[in-house]
Design a protein around this ligand. Sequence first.
Ligand SMILES: Nc1ncnc2c1ncn2[C@@H]1O[C@H](COP(=O)(O)OP(=O)(O)OP(=O)(O)O)[C@@H](O)[C@H]1O
Ligand SMILES: [Mg+2]
Length: 270
Amino acid sequence: MNTVGTEAASTAGSAAPLLAVQALVAGYVRGLPIVHGASLTVAAGEVVTIIGPNGAGKSTLLKAVVGLVPVESGRVMLGAREITGLPAHEVIAAGVGYVPQTANVFTTLTIHDNLRAGAHLLADPRLLAARLDRAYEVFPALAAKRRDKARTLSGGQRQMLAVARALMTDPLLVVLDEPTAGLSPLLVEEVFMRVRALAATGVAVLMVEQNAKGALKHSHRGYVLAEGRNRIEGAAGELLSDPQVALAFLGGRTAVAGAAGLAAAAKEPA
Ligand SMILES: Nc1ncnc2c1ncn2[C@@H]1O[C@H](COP(=O)(O)OP(=O)(O)OP(=O)(O)O)[C@@H](O)[C@H]1O
Ligand SMILES: [Mg+2]
C-alpha cells in the first residue's frame, strides 16, 4: 500500500498518452462554459486523479470527455482518434468506460442484467458470456448476488457493480467520477486497490475524487481543477507534498480557507 507516484511517472507516464484533452471548453449551455480550457493526458496503465473544490467543473469535464456535455472548443484524442463531440455511445464504442458520480447502477435490474446492459454493444453472445464470467471472477461478491436486484447491494457493492459494468466493453480508458463517495474507509481502500490493479493490466484510468489524499496515494499523477481550468499538475507524490495542495485538499483545519484561496488564485490570469 505504498505511494505509486514516482515509480509510475517513469514508466506509464513516459508513454504516449492514450487520452489527450487539449484546451477543452465545455458546458451545459452554449456560450456559458463551465470548463474553461482544461488540458490533461492519461497514458495506458496510468492512474490520473483530478481534485478540486466543489463546483470546479470536475464532473462536467469528465462528461465532456465522454460525450455527455457539448464541447465548444478544444480537442479530445483517444490514441490517434479524435473523439471530440462524439455522442456517448460512440465514445464508449471507441474504448471508453464511464462511471458517473450518481445513479451509476440500475437499481430495479438484477446484478446480472446491469452487467448485460453494460455490454449491450457486444453482438457476439460468446464474448458477452466470457465478459460476464470475467466480471464475476474479478468481483466474487457480485457473483453471489447475480440474481438480486441492484438496490439490495451495499454502497461498496454498488460501486463495484458500476465499475464492473463499465469494464464489460473492455475499455482502453476508464473514467470514474468519485468512485469512493460515501464508502467506509476499508471499502475506499478496496476500490483504490482495484483501480490500481485495473491500471496494472494496461487500462488508463482517469478519476475525480473528493478523497484527495487517498486517491493521490494510489495515483501516478494528478491535476487540481479550479473554476474549470487545471491550475496545478504533477506526479501524485509531488502534489501530496505541495503545501498549497495540502492546505486546500489534504485535510487540516485550514482546508476550507485553502480551497477559497485556490479559487481566488484561479481568477488571476494564468
Ligand atoms: N446538468 C447541469 N446543468 C447546468 N449546470 C450544471 C449541471 N450540472 C452541473 N452544473 C453546474 O456546473 C458547475 C460545475 O459542476 P460540476 O458538477 O462539474 O462540479 P464538480 O467539480 O464535479 O463538483 P462536486 O465536487 O460538487 O461534484 C456548477 O456550477 C454546477 O451548478
Ligand atoms: Mg462532481
